[in-house]
Design a protein around this ligand. Structure first.
Ligand SMILES: [Zn+2]
Length: 370
């Protein structure tokens, strides 16, 4: 969702953005409320009343969608899982929760928080609608529609298949009962696809019945859900495997220590070429200064090799995030993505005992995928 994104602020450290596609759905919903729903249900309302009611209703509707995503996000944050951003787009909202929960209980709480928010909002809106005296008819009707849409959002999101919240809830329950998160992921991917195909089917039936717009719209939502169900489950199974393997398994520990004044030429001839070494630690006396960055060597022209030294092509230790051999690969992947680096030093007892290459991690993921 990062292509076209307008930032509208930050809540609880989470940046809130609007994808360009959101404006389309906002205008569509506002238009259908202002020009179709309100005029047909309340023909006695003036056009301006219907239009204002349409805009207010639409804005509060998207505020409800945002509240849903915010509650997922705040619950995640409270469980120690950082959340980067929330984006509203054509199919609703999307919270960028940085990693998968490690326990079924956490997943359950994060997933249920969204629909629960809509359920509570539904009760609040309907309470206002019920309690308002009759002279506030317009406000009452706005809150009636908002109550109804919030209950609908809660129920729709609770459908038990990926990528909907109900899929997450079901996955957490099966995971807790069976102790097997992979089996749980597979099952809710199937149910998610079944739900998606059913929605597409209903869309097609509506199209055949002449309800073009609603039909195409539903088919579109079904298609989105089905493609999201697959990518979601793939991402989660990768994450799960990465969480069960640690850095020690794929790190390179046969590193060479190179004095900082060593020229690139001699480094290449003595270490890189004969040993195909890509783990070169730059030292000065007993001190470790950094890691040789192969990328910086590649940017040098060959005639600079005799004059440039190891220190010119190293990344200083202070600039590198470290991992320990016991860290799991999911953590390592997250650090690679955050730091945008190709290598991470692996430290134990305050000493570099190896390095982790991004390429090795990528190979590991590729092999797993086959
Ligand atoms: Zn949700």
């Amino acid at each position: 969702m990062s292509r076209g994104n307008i930032s509208i602020g930050k809540i609880s450290g989470i940046s809130i953005g609007l994808d360009y596609s959101w404006f389309f759905i906002f205008i569509l919903i506002t238009w259908s409320l202002a020009r179709s729903y309100y005029p047909s249900v309340f023909p006695e309302w003036s056009t301006i009343t219907s239009v204002i009611a349409g805009i207010v209703t639409s804005l509060l509707f998207f505020a409800s969608v945002l509240a849903h995503e915010l509650m997922h996000s705040i619950t995640a944050q409270r469980s120690g899982i950082p959340v980067k951003s929330i984006t509203l787009f054509i199919f609703g909202g999307l919270a960028q929760i940085s990693r998968e929960p490690e326990k079924p209980g956490t997943e359950f709480k994060i997933a249920i928080a969204g629909p629960l928010t809509n359920f509570i909002l539904g009760i609040i809106f309907w309470a206002i609608w019920y309690l308002l005296p009759s002279q506030f008819e317009v406000i009452a009707e706005i809150t009636f529609w908002l109550g109804w849409i919030n209950f609908s959002l809660a129920l729709f999101n609770l459908l038990p298949g990926f990528p909907l919240d109900g899929g997450r809830v079901l996955r957490a329950i099966i995971w807790r009962l069976s102790g097997n998160p992979d089996r749980a992921t597979k099952l809710v991917t199937y149910t998610g696809k079944a739900i998606a195909y059913l929605i597409i089917l209903i869309g097609v039936i509506l199209i055949l019945m002449g309800q073009w717009f609603n039909g195409i719209w539903l088919a579109f939502i079904g298609w989105f859900l089905s493609s999201f169900a697959s990518s979601n489950s793939r991402r989660i199974s990768i994450q799960q495997v990465l969480q069960n393997h640690n850095v020690a398994g794929i790190m390179k520990s046969d590193c060479f220590k190179i004095p900082s004044d060593n020229s690139i030429d001699s480094m290449y001839n003595d270490y890189i070429k004969p040993y195909r070494k890509h783990c070169l630690i730059v030292t000065s006396g007993n001190r470790t200064l950094g890691l040789v960055n192969m990328r910086s060597i590649r940017t040098l022209s060959r005639n600079q090799w005799p004059v440039k030294t190891a220190i010119d092509v190293m990344t200083p230790l202070s600039e590198l995030k470290r991992v320990s051999p016991e860290d799991n690969l999911a953590t390592a992947l997250r650090i690679f993505q955050e730091e945008k680096t190709e290598q991470l030093p692996v430290t134990g007892n305050n000493e570099i005992i190896g390095i982790l290459n991004y390429s090795d991690l990528a190979n590991f993921i590729n092999k797993m995928d086959k």
